[in-house]
Ligand binder design. Structure first.
Ligand SMILES: Cc1cc2nc3c(=O)[nH]c(=O)nc-3n(C[C@H](O)[C@H](O)[C@H](O)COP(=O)(O)O)c2cc1C
Length: 340
């Protein structure tokens, strides 16, 4: 089983991440991790604030000459030198500010924001890059695409840019939907034996754990509710690659709905918790949409869960050991699956 932990605040010096249980022998170059971080940072719809973020990082443990050693992996990700914001008793609507202030007994919303901020998802991408490299080297391809930006569903670069510009000029923000797919997964990952061993809920937790993700479905998802049993039986891909909590050898398809970015440049109505005065909470540096960046985070969050499920099924402490077992498994299950 893979475990990971992150620590660090959005204006702290570093984000810190530890990935434990990762096998030896996986090639992971710093350039690969930097490339994944860049995809998140430079995704469409992000604010000018991202230009000051460089995502410089150091791998301080678990990697030797570009190959994992089997030891816990530690990553330090530098935050750009922005000053800590002044204390504020004005919670930002749609954020963890208000419930967090009540929960932790503070009148300073910035103390809550610092950790609740989606800056932390950069570390999930850094650690997820290791999992993505493991799956790649086992012949599994994880990808994502944004399927809607607000109400816009036929997306291309020009339409996306125009919709983002329209929203930005109107002082508005957008949500959207994205899809994560994994091709080349063997049948048999996950389990039907207990609810928390089913792969579906595990992936749901990983995806719903991404800031701003409010909806999740597998394969046909909510649309399946309106299908007839006969039609659904004729379209096995509607299962999204999972039956009974176990991968069935087909492409895994996960879909997420991301809410519109709650921070509004023109301000959202809020109440100061010290004075109870009504005020506008203005977010000058907010992204116009988080959906493109969230899709990149989604690939890495799914990769961590899938890598963990692969290690549970095939065991092994090094990539060659896991690869050999997986190859045998693919041969034996392939004989059956090809005849269906
Ligand atoms: C990569 C990424 C970037 C985000 N950027 C912003 C932002 O600039 N401004 C904002 O208000 N929310 C942003 N969000 C969304 C908030 O982080 C999220 O809505 C907030 O933490 C509340 O969590 P919840 O929506 O899951 O309840 C971003 C989310 C992600 C995944």
């Amino acid at each position: 089983m893979l475990r990971y932990l992150t620590a660090g605040e959005s204006h702290g010096k570093y984000l810190t991440g530890i990935l434990e249980g990762f096998p030896a022998g996986v090639r992971v170059s710093p350039a690969y991790i930097a490339g994944q971080l860049r995809r998140r940072r430079q995704a469409p719809g992000r604010s000018a604030r991202q230009a000051v973020e460089t995502d410089e990082f150091e791998i301080t443990a678990g990697l030797s000459r570009g190959v994992t050693t089997g030891a816990p992996i530690a990553v330090c990700l530098l935050n750009s030198g922005r000053a800590l914001p002044a204390p504020s008793s004005l919670p930002r609507p749609g954020h963890a500010d208000l419930p967090g202030m009540l929960k932790f007994g503070t009148f300073d919303a910035t103390l809550v924001r610092e950790r609740a901020s989606a800056r932390e998802t950069a570390m999930r991408v850094a650690l997820g890059s290791f999992a993505r490299r493991l799956t790649e080297q086992l012949g599994i391809d994880i990808n994502s695409r944004v399927t809607a930006l607000g109400r816009l569903t036929s997306l291309n670069a020009a339409a996306t840019a125009a919709e983002l510009l329209r929203a930005r000029r109107a002082g508005d923000t957008l949500g959207g939907t994205f899809e994560v797919t994994a091709e080349g997964l063997p049948a048999g990952l996950g389990s039907c034996m207990h609810w928390d061993r089913r792969l579906g809920p595990r992936l749901a937790a990983a995806m719903l754990g991404i800031n701003g993700v409010k909806g999740f479905e597998i394969g046909g998802g909510f649309g399946l509710a309106a299908e007839s049993g006969i039609r659904a039986a004729g379209e096995p891909e509607l299962s999204g690659g999972l039956d009974g909590g176990i991968t069935n050898g087909r492409t895994l398809t996960l879909r997420c709905a991301v809410k519109p970015v709650p921070g509004l440049p023109g301000g959202a109505p809020s109440t100061d918790l010290r004075t109870f005065g009504k005020k506008l909470c203005v977010s000058k540096t907010s992204d116009t949409t988080a959906v493109f960046a969230a899709a990149v985070v989604g690939e890495h969050a799914a990769a961590l869960e899938l890598a963990s499920a692969l290690l549970e099924k095939f065991g092994g402490d090094s990539l060659p050991e896991i690869g050999a077992r997986l190859e045998e498994w693919r041969k034996s299950t392939g004989k059956i699956l090809r005849r269906l």
